[in-house]
Design a protein around this ligand. Structure first.
Ligand SMILES: Nc1ncnc2c1ncn2[C@@H]1O[C@H](COP(=O)(O)OP(=O)(O)OP(=O)(O)O)[C@@H](O)[C@H]1O
Ligand SMILES: [Mg+2]
Length: 263
């Protein structure tokens, strides 16, 4: 056992030596352009360069707009919340901020599942189960959706996930545990800042070394945040429902979690 630990430590040290300095990272070829982000390779093996765009989309891309400043806010909010996960020992892809709109992350093979945690009924859950928006759930509800734009990201259960080989039973159990740990980290942190965490969506991926990490982003694009005092929506629902003040709401979240104009 001690021998094994020594070997692992040596292996890690060797990897660190072989890896280029993260401060000297340079942007490589575009790997993927999504609706909200562009993903580039870098000169560092296993590290990707993510650029957050100002594009806003909803309803599977049917509704589109460009909201100036949204990318910079989502990038910095996500960086801050992932740093919190790191502090709490929750394995995740975040490495460091590169600029107001860019961050460096660990490359993973994204599992084709969206894992949603809900504390309060809203969105599709309220609709599907006939619950009033704002109804408090007696315990957090975890749901999985199949990441498939053509099918409109349908809700899937454990059997669907097994039959389609979307994740192994072990990965699924780990994702549930991690998603609830993320909820336990975020809820009190946000509550202290006057923000109610209604629900959020996570993506997970596996590194080349086989490690399961929380990936993608945690921002007002992927969470529902309500002002604790007024109940005002401070997230992407402002865009979905044409409520206006979308970027202003994102800026309010950034301000409350410590944003100070710098990055
Ligand atoms: N650490 C990571 N390693 C590899 N890919 C990642 C990582 N984090 C996020 N991604 C992927 O980057 C892509 C771009 O993100 P974006 O949010 O723009 O995608 P999207 O338009 O929502 O589309 P998708 O349906 O692919 O999620 C997504 O496919 C996302 O899963
Ligand atoms: Mg996305």
């Amino acid at each position: 056992m001690a021998e094994e630990q020594r070997a692992t430590a040596q292996h890690r040290a060797a990897r660190r030596e072989a890896a280029p300095d993260l401060r000297e990272v340079t942007k490589g070829a575009l790997l993927y352009e999504g609706k909200a982000k562009k993903v580039y390779r870098t000169n560092v093996p296993g590290a990707l360069w993510i650029v957050f765009k100002d594009d806003a989309t909803a309803f599977n891309g049917e509704k589109r707009s460009v909201l100036e400043g949204k990318g910079a806010l989502a990038n910095r909010i996500s960086a801050r919340l992932f740093a919190l996960l790191t502090e709490r020992g929750i394995p995740n892809h975040f490495l460091r901020l590169l600029s107001p709109t860019e961050q460096l992350v660990r490359e993973v093979a994204i599992l084709p599942l969206e894992v949603v945690v809900r504390n309060v009924a809203a969105g599709s859950l309220a609709k599907r189960l006939g619950l009033a928006e704002g109804a408090i759930l007696p315990k957090p509800v975890v749901e999985c959706y199949y990441k498939n734009d053509r099918l409109g990201d349908p809700l899937v259960n454990d059997d669907h996930i097994a039959v389609l080989s979307l994740a192994t039973p072990q990965q699924l159990a780990q994702m549930r545990t991690l998603a609830l740990a993320v909820n336990d980290a975020l809820m009190p942190y946000l509550a202290q800042r006057g923000i109610r965490l209604i629900d959020f969506k996570l993506e997970f991926g596996v590194t080349a070394e086989g490690e399961l990490l929380v990936a993608d982003e945690i921002s007002p694009d992927t969470c529902r945040f309500w002002d604790a005092a007024s109940g005002e929506k401070l997230d992407k629902d402002r865009f979905r429902r044409d409520l206006g003040g979308v970027v202003e709401a994102y800026a309010e979240i950034w301000k409350r979690i410590g944003g100070d104009g710098g990055w």
